[in-house]
Design a protein around this ligand. Structure first.
Ligand SMILES: C[S@@+](CC[C@H](N)C(=O)[O-])C[C@H]1O[C@@H](n2cnc3c(N)ncnc32)[C@H](O)[C@@H]1O
Length: 360
């Protein structure tokens, strides 16, 4: 029997022209015996899909070299998110009321995003539109959200309409969306907590984003800091810091990270909760250091880094067991524990030479 139980992609060089050099390790499982297979080659994103030119090396008894396609990476994730978002939606209470009562992303993050009433913002991987709704409700900014999960987008559309917001939501895979047709132009592009891990090709992502920004356009990325993920419950170092960007297939699908009310501040919950679920649909996850995100953006030569902030809090999600809740939906280290960065925000602005009309 053949199947791929895990896959790791090591990006060895910063990519040029959307080309990644990669080592792909996969495991052949036959009966009880596992044997590792190493496949090397190039993976690149072009024309709406991943193309690979893979040469196999040292494949003992291998009959079937693994080929990366857009389907492999993104269809698995879509299936897993569809399963998870349907169950997450069942837990959600009155989000509209919560937003009217002031729930929304924390001030320090809004201070960097600086949403203005005249802003047109494109939020990629927007999920259920709660962040978009809260930001628009508070500031008047218009937000267009894109996500490949039908359930997330139906929820987002209903929620935003209920609040009489004009925000728009589109069901689409993000790389396909950004590669498609004539781009609309936005003042800002936004990615929020838990998004980067779903983007297996960051250089391609930033390249594509550059087409969707107006002359003064900026990208804001707010995500979980990789450092706390290296620690166990007793804050001992147990995992490597992702000094090399790594992508791998995880047998367990998107986890029920919102199920436990003490571990996730949901805007509002239905009083009766269904049990924590086990998601049988595997996912591809990518791990990046903050340095990789910066390098991927500036290597496109389209963006300059304008801000890099590390925050001692996470929002909504208790990303480490030793954190304590604070009243504004955030989690922080308790007073007797040394402070670590829990989330970070990066901001990039489109370079003058890349502004519309300046292309050679
Ligand atoms: C953890 S959420 C991140 C957004 C937000 N901070 C949140 O917590 O709701 C991840 C979202 O990304 C979406 N997603 C993952 N990969 C995607 C892709 N390739 N294209 C479009 N949406 C994607 C999922 O459906 C999910 O709703």
């Amino acid at each position: 029997m053949w199947f791929n139980s895990w896959i790791q992609i090591h990006q060895e060089f910063p990519s040029t022209d959307e080309v990644l050099s990669a080592d792909c390790r996969t495991r052949r499982v036959q009966g009880d015996a596992d044997c590792d297979i190493l496949i090397t080659g190039l993976i690149h994103y072009s024309g709406g899909g991943w193309r690979s030119s893979i040469a196999s090396r040292g494949l003992t008894g291998a009959r079937k070299p693994f080929m990366f396609t857009q389907q492999d990476v993104l269809e698995l994730n879509r299936t897993s998110w569809t399963y998870a978002n349907r169950r997450f939606n069942e837990r959600k209470g009155d989000f509209a009321q919560a937003i009217q009562n002031g729930h929304g992303p924390p001030e320090p993050f809004l201070d960097i995003l600086t949403p203005r009433p005249t802003d047109n913002i494109l939020q990629l991987l927007c999920n259920d539109g709660r962040e978009a709704a809260a930001i628009s409700h508070q500031t008047g900014a218009y937000i267009h959200g894109v996500d490949f999960s039908d359930d997330a987008i139906s929820f987002a559309t209903r929620l935003n309409q209920h609040l009489s917001l004009t925000n728009k939501f589109t069901v689409s895979e993000v790389y396909s969306y950004l590669s498609s047709g004539t781009p609309e132009k936005y003042d800002k592009i936004l990615l929020t907590l838990g998004s980067l891990r779903w983007l297996p090709d960051l250089p391609a992502f930033f390249n594509l984003c550059s087409r969707w920004l107006l002359a003064s356009g900026i990208i804001t990325v707010w995500d979980f800091h990789p450092l706390p993920q290296c620690l166990d419950e007793d804050r001992r170092l147990i995992n490597n810091y992702p000094l090399s960007p790594t992508s791998y297939k995880r047998g367990e699908g998107v986890r029920d990270y919102v199920g436990e009310q003490f571990d996730f501040h949901m805007f509002s919950r239905r009083p009766k909760q269904s049990n924590v679920f086990h998601n049988p649909h595997p996912v591809y996850i990518s791990e990046y250091s903050c340095a990789h995100v910066v390098t991927a953006a500036i290597a496109t030569r389209c963006f300059a880094l304008t801000s890099y902030i590390e925050y001692p809090f996470s929002w909504e999600e208790k990303c480490c067991s030793w954190l304590v809740a604070t009243p504004n939906g955030c989690y922080r280290a308790p007073p007797d524990v040394p402070v670590l960065p829990l989330t970070f925000a990066l901001q990039f602005s489109l370079l003058e030479s890349q502004r519309p009309g300046n292309h050679v």
